[in-house]
Design a protein around this ligand. Sequence first.
Ligand code: MG
Length: 175
Amino acid sequence: MTGRNGDPAGPSVRVGHGYDLHRLEPAVPAGAGRPLVLGGLPFESPLGPVAHSDGDALLHAITDALLGALALDDLGTRFPDSDPASAGADSRRFLLDAVAAVRERGWEIGNVDATVICEAPKIAPHRGRLAASIAAVLGCPVDRVNVKGKTHEKLDAIGEGRAIEVHAVCMLCRQ
Ligand code: MG
C-alpha cells in the first residue's frame, strides 16, 4: 500500500473530524446575527449566527473534517477571523480550499457525514437539498454526503435556541 500524504508507506484511507458552534442572535440592530446559512443554503430564521464570515457552521465543520484528515491547519488558522478579506465570506470558499488540498495530495472524498444540532430550523425536511448543495462544492456524488439533524432537548444554550452546533466526519480514499 502506498499513501501520499508525506508518508510513502501510509494508509489508503484517512478519517477526519470537524466541529463548529455559532452563537445565534437576532439580526442587527436587536443583535449581531447574520442571515442563517447552512450548507451554502439560506434559511428563513429570526435568529442567525454571530460570525466573521457568513457563519455557515455546517460547512465550517466539514471543512475542518477534511483539513483534519490531511493533518493540516484548521479553518480558523487558514482563514483567521482577524482577516478583513474573510468578513462576511461565503463559506463555500473555505470548503473549496480544503477540497483543493485533498485533491492536490492525491486523495478523494470517500464520504462525509454531518450532524446539525439546533432547536430551529428543523433539518429533516432539508436533508436532500443540503446534501446536494454540499456535494456540489465537494465535487462528489450526492450519495457520499449525509446530513442529519438533532435537537438538544431544550437543554443548555443550544436547547434554548441560542446556538447551533455541528459535528462532521469524513473519510478520504487514495485516488
Ligand atoms: Mg464557524
